[in-house]
Design a protein around this ligand. Structure first.
Ligand code: ZN
Ligand code: ZN
Ligand code: ZN
Ligand code: ZN
Length: 151
């Protein structure tokens, strides 16, 4: 009797061991299980490495920095091209702080005084004949009261 009980118990535990659940992660793009491959976990979803790509250019984004917009992954280049404001002077995307002046966006180094060509900040420029000048040039120009069309 005792022997029989022990046997049955060990059979049950063996069976359970076989049924050990293997976690299958589903790729949110192709809906196939990701197995034996590196799982990319991003944006709250699981992706095959080859399916986690920039939705604009198809660049693989695993182990890269990426941007998320409306649940679509973008590589940094595409994101900046599409969504960052463009500099009025050089027409390139502004990734870091933009200078907002005169209704336009500028790189910090691209917003320059129209008189001395030194970069100016959005808080310290003045307008002279509807052009941005640095405060030094503004003072100078007002002092000279230049009445020509040369500027
Ligand atoms: Zn996939
Ligand atoms: Zn891209
Ligand atoms: Zn610029
Ligand atoms: Zn100046």
């Amino acid at each position: 009797m005792v022997d029989k009980k022990t046997k049955r118990d060990s059979a049950v535990s063996e069976h359970e061991a076989e049924k050990k659940v293997t976690i299958n992660l589903e790729c949110c793009v192709c809906r196939k299980y990701i197995s034996g491959m590196v799982v990319v976990q991003a944006m709250g979803q699981n992706w095959h490495t080859e399916h986690f790509v920039c939705c604009a250019c198809g660049t693989k984004l695993a182990n890269q920095s990426y941007y998320e917009r409306e649940n679509n992954p973008f590589c940094t280049t595409c994101y900046e091209e599409k969504f960052c404001p463009r500099c009025t002077l050089c027409n390139k995307p502004i990734v870091d702080t933009a200078v907002l002046a005169l209704g336009n966006c500028w790189h910090q180094g691209c917003f320059k005084c129209n008189n001395c060509n030194e970069p100016i900040s959005d808080t310290s420029f003045e307008l002279y004949r509807e052009k941005a000048v640095c405060s030094d040039c503004g003072k100078l120009l007002r002092k000279l009261k230049v009445d020509t069309t040369a500027f």
